[in-house]
Design a protein around this ligand. Structure first.
Ligand SMILES: [Zn+2]
Length: 273
């Protein structure tokens, strides 16, 4: 609880520095409160903003919202979206790393260590928006079999996981989105390379083993994992034709124990050193 208080304080300070798009006098809520309100929805595991606001209104989560987040009431979800939509996601990168490092320094990640004291970082793409009619400049697109164009948003999620462990810890995400001047559409594999470039070195003290599906089982991604001080584990794409060819590890001592059980969606077991 003491650690959590420190982390929330740190986040509040980060949120206070968010760019404020408002002009004029309509500043009823400070940016720190707006972002804290958004965080509280996820922290309290509410199914939606609306459900969270209702629970607050009915007093069911009021004490937690007030005590933990310093919120007497939360802005409406539209207001939160309008104010936070334009904030660059990189603004939060440091907080992910700082919280992971602090948890590690306090021994909170010790029970998640596997494979000779390493931490497992699952990389996997996830789609969080899809529509045939609504789209924005940041949408990726694909043709469906009926000829229609589908617009979608996707991100690469990086998550500390451990088999048999009920908790996970998110690391900064990398968004799959059209890049300026790029001829080809962005993709999950390119996002993984960017993620490793931006965050690999910072994660090196965690002694990461990167887990991924066969999408990551290619030389450039494995190279990037090794270069950033990590090791990588991917399953063979098709066991009958490519047995363990995609597995590589930077560890001088390959894991002697059986490989970890599948952890999160998309993360896969190692197939040996
Ligand atoms: Zn879009």
């Amino acid at each position: 609880m003491k650690l959590l208080g420190g982390h929330l304080e740190r986040l509040r300070a980060c949120f206070a520095g968010l760019p404020d798009p408002r002009r004029g006098r309509n500043r009823r809520y400070a940016m720190a409160d707006v972002a804290m309100a958004a965080l509280s929805v996820f922290f309290m595991q509410s199914p939606s903003f609306l459900a969270h606001q209702r629970a607050l209104a009915e007093g069911r989560t009021r004490s937690n919202a007030h005590t933990l987040f310093g919120l007497a009431r939360i802005p409406c979800d539209n207001h939160i979206r309008q104010l936070l939509d334009g904030v660059p996601t990189a603004h939060f990168d440091d907080e992910f790393h700082a919280i992971a490092a602090d948890l590690d320094a306090h021994g909170a990640l010790a029970s998640m260590r596997r494979l000779d004291g390493r931490l497992l970082v699952a990389l996997d793409g996830t789609e969080f928006f899809r529509s045939r009619s609504i789209h924005c400049p940041h949408c990726a697109t694909r043709k469906r079999s009926d000829g229609a164009t589908e617009h979608f948003h996707q991100m690469l999620a990086a998550t500390l996981v451990a088999p048999g462990h009920a908790r996970t810890l998110p690391l900064p995400p990398e968004f799959v989105a059209p890049r300026d001047g790029a001829a080809k559409q962005d993709c999950e594999r390119e996002a993984a390379k960017r993620w490793l470039q931006r965050h690999g070195t910072r994660c090196a003290p965690l002694r990461p083993v990167y887990l991924g599906d066969d999408l990551y089982a290619c030389q450039p991604v494995c190279r990037a994992m090794l270069d950033s001080g990590g090791a990588s584990c991917s399953p063979p794409s098709r066991p009958a034709t490519r047995p363990s060819a995609s597995t590589s590890t930077a560890s001088a001592r390959p894991p002697a124990a059986p490989p970890p059980a599948p952890a999160p969606a998309g993360a896969s077991t190692a197939t040996g050193g």
